[in-house]
Write a protein that binds this ligand. Structure first.
Ligand code: DGL
Length: 270
């Protein structure tokens, strides 16, 4: 009989992935998780592809050394710029999943007028991964992207409720609204944290695709299908948190994003 000893790894460049993890743990509470935020080097969103790949590789190596049987890259920037190469490198043995495809699939299911907006970091937008995935799923879909470089620094600084946030959101979302989109993908871990503010700007009629809702569902389906992985997972409800930067800051802000107090250990990536 296979022993249930493996953990589920969740990686993000910083704090935003904690919001996604919170929803994953709510949907799949019975497992043991390891979260890594590379806060010392975040944000990744305006770094070049080679750097994002190198950082992400180190992070994923760290998580597999933490006895993870599967790793979810919650970071859109890392999923856009590094996931494919990392999946090829690790092969079938070490399973690494991203967040882009589940979000794109959900948008295709939801759009009625086939006009989908995407907000994301500068690197994710430049990679054109979302438009490509959407096109692969349905070539009739028109996509409109908007890079939002100011959102992550504001959220990481704990300024998500500031008046500046609303002003900036209005500025970023106006060009997409002008394109008559009916579906908006929040293509960045952090944006789910300000979803209510985004909703207030876009109004009630636009479908918002949030990875915090989509990814847990997808992971559940994945485990139902891939019992060879699920049956290796430790059934001990527990989450270990690691940060590459100061753990005190991570503990304070991270507890807000995760929704309950967390204890954080320092990770050194090589
Ligand atoms: N986690 C990143 C993402 O989802 C946002 C933060 C960053 O730029 O590192 O794209």
């Amino acid at each position: 009989m296979v022993k249930r000893i493996k953990r589920i790894g969740v990686f993000d460049s910083g704090f935003g992935g904690l919001h996604v993890l919170r929803f994953i743990v709510t949907a799949l509470p019975g497992y043991e998780y390891v979260y890594l935020g590379d806060t010392a080097r975040a944000p990744y969103g305006d770094r070049p592809q080679e750097t994002i790949y190198a950082y992400t590789k180190q992070a994923i190596d760290f998580l597999f050394k933490q006895n993870c049987g599967i790793v979810v890259i919650a970071c859109n920037t890392a999923s856009s710029e590094a996931l494919r190469a990392i999946q090829q490198e690790y092969g079938a043995e070490k399973k690494v999943l991203g967040v882009l495809i589940p979000a794109a699939e959900e948008a295709v299911r939801k759009t009625k007028n086939n006009r989908v907006g995407i907000i994301a970091t500068t690197s994710t937008v430049a990679s054109k991964k979302f438009p490509r995935e959407l096109f692969k799923l349905d070539a009739s879909i028109k996509t409109f992207q908007q890079a939002c470089p100011l959102l992550v620094p504001l959220i990481e600084a704990g300024e998500q409720n500031s008046p500046e946030m609303v002003t900036i959101l209005k500025r970023y979302l106006a060009p997409l609204l002008a394109k008559n989109i009916d579906t908006l993908i929040l293509g960045c871990t952090h944006y789910g944290i300000v979803e209510k503010k985004i909703r207030a700007v876009v109004g009630p009629d636009i479908t918002i695709v949030s990875e915090a809702r989509v990814v847990p569902k997808k992971l559940k389906q994945y485990f139902e299908k891939h019992t060879e992985i699920e049956t290796t997972l430790c059934v001990k409800p527990m989450v270990h948190f690691f940060s590459t930067d100061r753990t005190d800051k991570f503990q304070t802000l991270g507890s807000k994003f995760f929704g309950r107090p967390i204890k954080v250990e320092r990770a050194v990536l090589k």
